[in-house]
Design a protein around this ligand. Structure first.
Ligand SMILES: *Cc1c(COP(=O)(O)O)cnc(C)c1O
Length: 414
């Protein structure tokens, strides 16, 4: 017997967006009207109110002693970064261009940190001149920062990014533990710290980021607990007291059928305990968590338009003017091992009788250009607006826009 469809895992409701007259609303504007306002499809639309609510919820739960930073690489649109800069305590950047965007918001430089392996001299010089905190990723980089600081007669603000001796379990992307291009191996840090005493550097503390896209509170709790323990041990060899400790982030959002929203409360409770426990040993430290997708991912949609509807050997294909060149993550080609569908809907006909599974594809001449594979949707017509949810992070800038030379999507913050 066939299983009832209710037993199969489903996408959780995309209830962060409201619906009126069967049209999706972005910032209270019905999607067809927003499409006219934007002036073209495809486009990305980000809802500032959803971002604001997300940060307010976090701030209510997190202990007062933990600062919240926005990781700009998740969505570096200048208007978004400006908005996030007002809501959060600081910005984390990973390139010179991101740093310029962050500085343009008026965020003070000591609330901006710059991480990333392979920073060029020109980037380090700019970061030193700006007085942002540089998260040094290797011993050689520390030496280069000291030399460039001397040449500019500025004492650089430096933190050591540590590659911890543990892993964030069940993380979507593992970025620590084992051999990694990121950070200095924990076991090499004490010697580096002792050497730093001879450099003219303004030592800030540590940056320990163990991974991304985690939906299990117990894994995040374990990582944060181990992070504080490690930072406290490393502080013994530091050239000066730890002023800044970036505990990483890794809070995930639900993308796929069966995923649930992260339960914040146990994480917040654990952080409050950790702050109490470790405060005496790190009396001057500002504790920071850095989040990207958790703050902006659910606030964004990608919108494209149906150009053609066709049947092929029993399957329905809705061919749109958008695809993997704009939204690599949703096509399943950005770090997914097995392709799964992002939640999608028809933005101008959100509910209606399902007429069977539809393949939503893009205009590129490659079988990889899939936005939704055998997805239950109401009747699809030419001109309908296909919405891909959970697209506020790692969408526009994580995609190969030039592949096949189609026009670029527009981005709007509503
Ligand atoms: C990418 C990155 C982040 C943001 O990760 P999200 O999954 O978007 O929260 C934070 N910190 C560092 C060091 C990163 O490289």
């Amino acid at each position: 017997m066939k299983k009832a469809s209710g037993e199969r895992p489903r996408h959780i409701a995309m209830d962060q967006f409201q619906v009126r007259d069967n049209c999706l609303l972005v910032g209270d504007i019905p999607l067809p009207r927003l499409a006219h306002r934007v002036g073209q499809t495809p486009f990305y639309a980000y809802d500032r109110q959803i971002m604001t609510q997300r940060v307010e919820t976090l701030n209510r739960r997190l202990p007062d002693e933990v600062s919240l930073h926005y990781a700009v690489k998740a969505n570096p649109m200048p208007a978004v970064v400006q908005h996030m800069s007002r809501l959060t305590n600081g910005l984390d950047v990973a390139s010179l261009r991101e740093m310029r965007t962050a500085l343009d918001t008026g965020t003070p430089p000591n609330k901006i940190s710059f991480a990333g392996p392979g920073k060029a001299d020109i980037e380090l010089r700019a970061a030193i001149a700006a007085s942002v905190i540089i998260n040094a990723e290797s011993a050689a980089e520390v030496a280069r920062i000291a030399r460039l600081g001397d040449s500019l007669s500025i004492r650089p603000r430096v933190a050591i990014r540590v590659n911890p001796d543990f892993q964030l379990k069940t993380s979507g992307m593992k970025m620590s533990g084992g051999p990694k291009p990121f950070g200095v191996d924990a076991e090499q840090v004490p010697a580096l710290l002792r050497r730093m005493k001879s450099y003219e550097l303004d030592f800030q503390g540590f940056h320990i980021f163990s991974g991304s896209q985690n939906l299990r509170p117990e894994s995040i709790i374990e990582a944060q607990t181990q992070t504080l323990d490690l930072a406290t041990r490393l502080a013994d060899d530091a050239p000066s007291p730890v002023k800044w400790l970036n505990l990483g982030g890794g809070f995930g959002i639900p993308y796929f059928p069966g995923d649930q929203r992260l339960d914040l409360q146990p994480i917040a409770d654990n952080l409050a305990n950790l702050v109490r426990e470790y405060r005496p040993r790190l009396p001057e430290a500002e504790f920071v968590i850095e989040l990207g997708r958790y703050l902006v991912g659910e606030a964004g949609i990608y919108v494209c338009e149906v150009i053609d509807v066709k049947e092929s050997r029993g399957e329905t294909f809705a061919v749109t003017n958008g695809g993997l060149h704009h939204h690599l993550s949703a096509s399943g080609n950005f770090g997914q091992l097995i392709r799964k569908n992002y939640p999608v809907c028809i933005g101008n006909r959100v509910t209606g009788a399902d007429t069977g599974p539809v393949n939503v594809v893009g205009p590129l001449c490659t079988p990889l250009d899939i936005l939704a594979d055998k997805y239950s949707l109401p009747r699809v017509d030419v001109g309908d607006l296909i919405v891909v949810f959970q697209s506020g992070a790692y969408g526009y800038t994580a995609s190969p826009q030039d592949f096949l030379s189609h026009p670029e999507p527009i981005e709007v913050l509503v």
